[in-house]
Design a protein around this ligand. Structure first.
Ligand code: LLP
Length: 425
């Protein structure tokens, strides 16, 4: 459930009309709903009631400070993958002791920074990374709390670019090599083994692959304990899918996901760590855009909008589907004609939708791309000289710009022309 609804013929975010925000900040912009974020976080945490669980929101899905602060106030921890995300999580008020550090290529400087602030756990993905962390920790006369990320060789059945648990993927230590890796870790003075970690992919639409992976991990916990390792935390990653399509099958409910985890891992009496990203942020955000032109070409109609693939990359990168809604509520009997909704960027891939049946749209009309709160703003760029767009957070009848639109000059700020290139003329 979200809080994007038509009221008096106009799409609102909670109690705020999108047109009111658009007239202040211009388009395109991202717009997020506090109530939706809080609701998703609650539904997810409720699924683990009665369990010792720590929900570490995955910042990569949406790391805006105001979003992360909203979740921090609900008690969320953070799953981070870089020193930049560590900086963000701390700045947003997530305590270090609720932060886990994932990622296949952590640099020593980032390890050091994370050790310095005392993060809860490093999820280590290879022996070379383990050796580097051991060295960094010994240098600081510390022990780094570590879970090894295991690759269970399970196909998540998601888009191939976001499936991460197959043997051929770059992630994790093959589960067949786990016992050796733990033996190596146990011999390293800078490493304290605290748990085991797994993450098989994102936007999973069924519980089966999760369950297959978690069963392998649960078996490993027993095998590792039998060898004397003190495995007390089970980090089960993120990955629960959300509905993007009008007629999507509804992905598994968090409650059923929680129940499955209790069934598979409850007897191990580990603390359960979870790293949801999309489930919390995706349906809490939309990208708002204006129609610039209608173009009829051959037998096609192109609706050219001012948002583009640099603002929302998912359709171009993954052929992802995002629902498109006009901000002005269409008449129920308005004709739906198939159109292509495209951005202004000079690539055919800058297409949000093809042959999408939409009610009539005209230049100046506002549309929203739904389910854009996750992997939207965070994946944007300035390609084609397009400034980063604003992000707006709504809370009841209030809203605030939580990232302002980048100015044309700010886009040039980090660049310099060397002195062997004098100004032309
Ligand atoms: N934990 C780890 C170790 C991850 O790699 C990820 C996502 C998550 C947690 C959060 O997964 P979520 O709950 O959001 O599915 N840009 C792609 C998605 C990439 C996901 C990368 N890893 C997209 O737009 O679909």
């Amino acid at each position: 459930m979200d809080h994007f609804e038509y009221l008096n013929g106009e799409l609102h975010v909670e109690q705020v009309a999108i047109t009111a925000i658009a007239s202040e900040v211009g388009t395109p912009f991202y717009c997020y709903s506090t109530a939706t974020l809080e609701r998703h976080y609650k539904v997810f945490t409720d699924a683990f009631e009665g369990t010792d669980a720590l929900v570490c929101y995955s910042l990569k899905s949406n790391g805006n400070l105001a979003i992360v602060r909203t979740l921090a106030r609900q008690g969320a921890g953070a799953d981070i993958v870089s020193e930049g995300e560590l900086h963000r999580a701390l700045a947003a008020g997530i305590p270090a002791e609720k932060i886990v550090f994932s990622g296949v290529g952590k640099e020593r400087t980032a390890m050091q920074a994370a050790l310095d602030v005392g993060i809860y756990q490093f999820n280590v993905e290879s022996l070379p990374e383990l050796e580097a962390l051991d060295e960094v920790a010994r240098g600081a006369a510390e022990q780094a709390p570590v879970a090894l990320r295991i690759n269970p060789d399970v196909d998540a059945g998601s888009h191939h670019k976001i499936s991460t648990g197959r043997r051929e993927d770059k992630f994790g230590i093959p589960w067949t090599e786990a016992l050796d890796a733990y033996a190596r870790a146990a011999a390293m003075p800078g490493i304290e083994i605290v748990g085991i970690d797994v993450h098989i992919g994102s936007q999973l639409s069924s519980l089966e692959p999760f369950e297959a992976a978690f069963r392998k991990v649960a078996d490993l916990v027993e095998a590792l304990r039998a060898e004397g390792h003190n495995i007390r935390r089970l980090d089960l990653g993120g990955g629960l899918g959300v509905p993007y399509h009008e007629d999507d099958e509804v992905p598994p409910l968090p409650a059923n996901y929680g129940k499955m985890i209790k069934d598979v891992a409850g007897h191990l009496e580990c603390q359960i760590l979870l790293e949801p990203g999309r489930l919390i942020s995706a349906n809490a955000g939309v990208l708002v855009s204006s129609v610039i032109y209608l173009k009829h070409s051959g037998n096609r109609t192109f609706v050219i909008v001012d948002g583009a693939m640099n603002d929302l990359l998912r359709p171009a990168l993954y052929d992802a589907y995002h629902r498109i809604l006009p901000v002005k509520e269409p008449n129920a009997d308005a004709p739906r004609e198939p159109v292509d909704v495209v951005g202004p960027i000079c690539e055919t891939g800058d297409t949000f939708a093809q042959d999408r049946a939409l009610p009539p749209l005209n230049p100046g009309d506002l549309v929203v791309f739904c389910t854009a709160g996750a992997y939207g703003a965070v994946m944007s760029s300035t390609y084609n000289g397009r400034p980063l767009v604003p992000e707006v957070l709504v809370n009841g009848d209030r809203y605030a710009v939580v990232r302002r639109r980048q100015s044309l000059d700010e886009m040039l700020d980090a660049e310099d022309v060397p002195d062997w290139l004098p100004a032309a003329g």
